[in-house]
Design a protein around this ligand. Structure first.
Ligand code: SAM
Ligand code: SF4
Length: 442
């Protein structure tokens, strides 16, 4: 979502004459788009601001003025405090207000220290400037589209409901118009985004709320769109219709990111996840029945307050039972203002680290096993960009695996059948094939 937001900020500043530059040293305006989800991410902002202070002073010595803006969830959480703590900051703008960047830049040029942290979702989308054709083409054949903002679930560890506000779904017509524009400029794959995207309920053209499966079916009709994905989902909102879409909608890729967070019911309850371990496993079984070759992914938090050795063992057990194709895992990070931050039983850092290492070792081996099982298969790959080595391009398999092939850049943006021949550390290598892709049995 931050990638999407950053692109929309650039689009919205473009009519003012701003273009992206490769290095901060060359910029007249530097926008840090920040994340508040874990302490480490939030702290990085201040070290980056220290670097920008030096850069700003050096530019001033040459008679050049540089404006520094902090956008995103750290900006939202800290507001005016940020300017007091780091006077290098000229603009603080929250995730629901960045459509106002042009006005804020103009105001900061006269009087630095402008703060806008209003929480109004739809207003933003109505006022953002759409990207031009060339800009879309430069960003590649796969694009994100935010269809839902904010979250009203209030997991006890999470800052999202306070930094991004309550859950709001964008109307179907507006999402379709954005996707049509992207497709007309060559985009082949769309990932629709929301914190709780499978609970999407946007106003349809008929004036009634449409759920995610219906929206996906509509997006599949947009000429040029060959692939659809969605992220991130909540186990409670994994409806029978959405599961059926994995069987019925060929454009919907066989990949599902469904965060579990923990395998222990006691911890899930303390997290206010409002799903059990059994419900999670049940939904995955249904998804696998609908689409046997689906690749599964998840998020896990280790060391949540009160997590015992047995709770952690339950998480490890859940991971062993499922067999994930990939997953993200984090040490619990206490966030200001969240209920979990003041819960008893905070887990020592050393225990968190030990558990994370153990969990990540299993997840890594599962990912490797998934990739190894793909070798010898033929799959469709959407080529996205040049690879790291000369003469190589890289794309994604339907299962979200990175696939490298020796080929010219003219293949970028195309979908081709590729026979997978070898695994790298986190990717695969392949050769072009003529054969019709076979589903991967997991
Ligand atoms: N809405 C999604 C969900 O419910 O899974 C994702 C929200 S969050 C942006 C992405 C991930 O960050 C979460 O799934 C969770 O694993 C992790 N996360 C959120 N708050 C955290 C915290 N305080 N400490 C550690 N990890 C956290
Ligand atoms: Fe945060 Fe996701 Fe829970 Fe919402 S559902 S509070 S975004 S972890």
């Amino acid at each position: 979502m931050n990638v999407y937001d950053a692109e929309r900020m650039a689009d919205t500043l473009a009519p003012q004459g701003f273009v992206s530059v490769a290095a901060a040293e060359d910029a007249d305006l530097v926008v840090l788009n920040t994340c508040h989800i874990r302490e480490k991410a939030a702290e990085k902002v201040y070290s980056e601001l220290g670097r920008l202070r030096v850069l700003k002073e050096a530019a001033a010595a040459e008679g050049r003025k540089v404006i520094v803006a902090v956008a995103g969830c750290v900006a939202q959480a800290e507001g005016a405090d940020m300017v007091r703590r780091a006077p290098v900051v000229d603009i603080v703008v929250g995730p629901q207000s960045y459509h106002r960047l042009p006005e804020l830049v103009a105001a900061a040029a006269i009087r630095p220290g402008v703060v806008d942290t209003a929480l109004k979702a739809e207003d933003k989308f109505d006022r953002l400037v759409p990207p031009g054709r060339e800009q879309i083409a430069r960003r590649g054949s796969s694009a994100f589209v935010t269809i839902q903002e904010g979250c009203s679930r209030f997991c006890t560890y999470c800052v999202v409901p306070s930094t991004r506000g309550g859950e709001v779904s964008r109307p179907v017509d507006k999402v379709v118009a954005e996707v049509e524009r992207l497709a007309a400029a060559g985009v082949r794959e769309i990932t629709v985004l929301g914190q709780n995207v499978n609970a999407y309920r946007g106003e349809g053209p008929d004036g009634r709320p449409w759920k995610l499966p219906r929206l996906l079916a509509r997006l599949a009709e947009v000429p040029g769109i060959a692939r659809l994905r969605y992220a991130t989902s909540h186990p409670r909102a994994m409806s029978a219709e959405l599961i059926a879409a994995h069987r019925e909608l060929p454009q919907l890729m066989p990949y599902l990111h469904l965060p579990a967070q923990s395998g222990s019911d006691r911890i899930l309850d303390a997290m206010n996840r409002r799903h059990t371990r059994d419900l999670y496993l049940q939904r995955l079984a249904e998804v696998r029945a609908a689409r046997p070759d689906i690749a599964l992914s998840s998020d896990f938090i280790v060391g949540f307050p009160g997590e015992s050795d047995q709770d952690f063992a339950d998480t490890m057990d859940l991971v062993e039972r499922v067999g994930f194709a990939s997953a993200y895992s984090f040490k619990y990070s206490p966030r200001p203002g969240t209920p979990a931050a003041s819960m008893d039983g905070q887990v020592p850092e050393a225990v968190k680290s030990e558990r994370l290492t153990a969990l990540q070792a299993v997840l890594e081996s599962q990912q490797r096993a998934f990739n190894l099982a793909s070798v010898g298969r033929t799959v469709e790959v959407l080529f996205e960009k040049p690879g790291r080595l000369p003469g190589q391009i890289v794309g994604k398999s339907p299962h979200m695996q990175a696939v490298h092939v020796q080929a010219g850049a003219e293949m970028i943006g195309q979908i081709k059948a590729v026979r997978l021949v070898a695994v790298g550390s986190h990717s695969l290598f392949g050769e072009f094939a003529d054969a019709v892709p076979q589903p991967i049995a997991v």
